[in-house]
Ligand binder design. Structure first.
Ligand code: NI
Length: 163
């Protein structure tokens, strides 16, 4: 396995829309394993392929404290959303910044697994938020894009000052 380089905001590659995965082979499996290793090393709970400059619809997630509950999403698609939730979010691509974001509280999701098998998942609270955050990455969106313009500009200024 190898550690991948995480892209940081304002890298324009973070705005790219990821391509669907058509064939799940050893190459894709290696990307997934490398993404988990990279995410664990960075102490993250989710990582999208977009963040490591791989233009494919792949997400890895582990919200467990023991770091032993891996969730792999390939070509994930949210098919239903319920309710609203506000959680403080952060992102490995925007270090040292966090802000409350409004998202759907519960979601139903369709995705392929590590072996290319389709499955359906019902998620709520933190897992639901994490999945929505990572799917946003695949669409070229960051959590700060979901904030009000004034809040986003405030955060952009903080980042610009620290670059
Ligand atoms: Ni993120």
């Amino acid at each position: 396995m190898s550690i991948l380089k995480i892209l940081y905001y304002p890298n324009k590659k973070l705005k790219k829309k990821a391509n669907l995965v058509y064939k799940i082979d050893r190459n894709i499996n290696k990307i997934i394993n490398d993404m988990f290793e990279t995410m664990y090393l960075a102490n993250g709970i989710g990582l999208a392929a977009t963040q490591v400059n791989i233009n494919k619809c792949i997400v890895v997630i582990d919200i467990s404290k023991k770091r032993n509950q891996q969730l792999i999403l390939i070509n994930p698609k949210i098919i239903k959303k319920f309710g609203k939730i506000i959680m403080e979010e952060s992102c490995l691509s925007i270090p040292n910044i966090s802000a409350p974001v409004i998202r759907s509280e519960k979601i139903i999701l369709q995705s392929l697994d590590y072996y290319g098998k389709q499955f359906e998942l019902h998620a709520e609270s933190l897992l639901s938020v994490c999945i929505q955050h990572e799917i946003d990455h695949l669409n070229g969106l960051l959590f700060i894009d979901r904030l009000s313009l004034s809040k986003k500009n405030y955060i952009k200024n903080i980042i610009a000052r620290n670059l």
